[in-house]
Design a protein around this ligand. Structure first.
Ligand code: OGA
Ligand code: ZN
Ligand code: ZN
Length: 387
């Protein structure tokens, strides 16, 4: 920093940078963010000043640069003295450019994909994920950007989902417990019974906080035809719908659909929530897709003459989702675990026959907040530059 001056008209300290340029830091913000031990607990990264104690009209009596331009000092009317490191200030700059940069970094970089991903499916090695932090980071990065990773070489035993979930953060507890056992056993003498396709869906659509990351471990796969997983990047499909059928897109982004699950079996449950099938941000980016025939309630809150158009819109989206150019079909092998973003990748399982013997999956979830936290910690520890 070259120089710091008080600018009473804008109620800000003007900092002139050694590399050129001037930035303004408002008085009230500087006072609120004093870094001294009285105002800020550095080891916990916590502000101690109460917002109610702040004088909104506070103005320094003096400000200047010190330590050969590496820090800014500010003296307040009550004699309190604050000091701010130049890099710390720079990282919090209010200029339009700095804010645009931060906005850009804040947006999750999603790489949209179609069926072509199948030939280049992101993979991870289970034993490496448990022991190698870089492998774990790379796995989480793929899960964030692509939304889907095939984890291979998972031992064919229950409990492996928990091992990976605990490496990331911890399993998300749901009303079904910390995991679900999807086990289908042939019933003696009833080999003709077939297990119907599920339809493309999001898991736990009736939750307010839907599970972020889903992990599906194949312990035993059916030997019969079918039982394959279908996976679609629903963000990509939603943008296609917007292009091809803006009216349908409008309906799916504005009508809230009721999702529910009611069960009398223990634990008794009555789960219920409403979501747009496609959620978009204020900037028009697709943020979340929630769908599934088995959890969609028969209560449909649209005017009666909008019912058929709404069905047409759902059909239009479904047609795009299940189009061969968008949909990956992969029959999991025993020892595979599919990990995917449950807010973005919709999934299905094709029909299969019990004649193929037992089929056994273990399914569980981890939430995105803790996953992102883990990624940031790993990124710092491994010295990985932001991509
Ligand atoms: C489910 C599901 C997948 C499968 O039960 O929600 O997606 O392969 N199951 O059985
Ligand atoms: Zn202070
Ligand atoms: Zn599912």
């Amino acid at each position: 920093m070259e120089r710091a001056t008080l600018d009473s008209s804008s109620e800000a300290v003007e900092v002139e940078w050694s590399a050129g340029g001037v930035d303004r830091f408002p008085y009230i913000w500087l006072r609120d963010n004093c870094q001294c031990a009285e105002c800020f607990q550095a080891d916990l990264n916590k502000r101690l000043v109460l917002t109610s104690e702040l004088d909104l009209d506070v103005a320094p009596v003096r400000a200047g640069v010190q330590d050969r331009g590496s820090s800014l000092y500010v003296t307040w009317p009550d004699g309190h003295r604050s000091q701010y490191d130049w890099q710390w200030l720079r990282d919090r700059c209010f200029s339009p450019r700095a804010r645009a940069d931060r906005e850009q970094r804040w947006r999750r970089k999603k790489q949209l994909w179609g069926a072509e991903l199948f030939t280049n499916l992101p993979t991870a090695d289970f034993p490496a994920l448990l022991t190698d932090d870089r492998a774990l980071y790379d796995f989480l990065f793929l899960l964030d950007t692509i939304g889907l990773v095939l984890v291979q070489n998972v031992p064919r035993q229950v409990g492996k989902f928990q091992e990976l979930a605990n490496r990331v953060a911890f399993p998300k507890m749901t009303f079904l417990g910390a995991e679900q056992m999807l086990k289908v056993k042939p019933i003696h003498g009833n080999f003709l019974l077939s297990t119907a396709p599920l339809g493309l869906h999001t898991d736990l659509a009736y939750y307010n906080y839907l599970p972020g990351v889903q992990m599906m471990h194949c312990i035993k796969q059916t030997e019969s035809e079918g039982g394959a997983s279908e996976l679609v990047d629903a963000f990509n499909a939603a943008y296609q719908l917007k292009q091809e059928n803006p009216d349908a897109f409008k309906l799916l982004t504005t009508v809230k659909v009721n999702f529910h699950r009611i069960g009398k079996a223990l634990p008794k449950h009555h789960m219920k929530e409403r979501h747009h099938i496609i959620s978009v941000s204020d900037k028009g980016e697709v943020q979340k897709v929630v769908c599934g025939k088995h959890s969609r309630d028969s209560v449909l809150d649209v005017p009666v003459d909008q019912v058929k158009p709404f069905y047409r819109a759902m059909r239009a989206f479904d047609t795009i989702l299940s189009h061969p150019k968008n949909c990956i079909r992969y029959k999991m092998k025993e020892g595979d675990m599919l990990a995917f973003d449950n807010l973005r990748i919709v999934h299905d399982r094709t029909a299969f026959s019990m004649a193929g013997g037992e089929r056994h999956l273990q399914v569980g979830y981890v939430d995105w907040d803790e996953t992102y936290s883990r990624m940031r910690v790993l990124q710092a520890e491994l010295g990985i530059q932001e991509e």
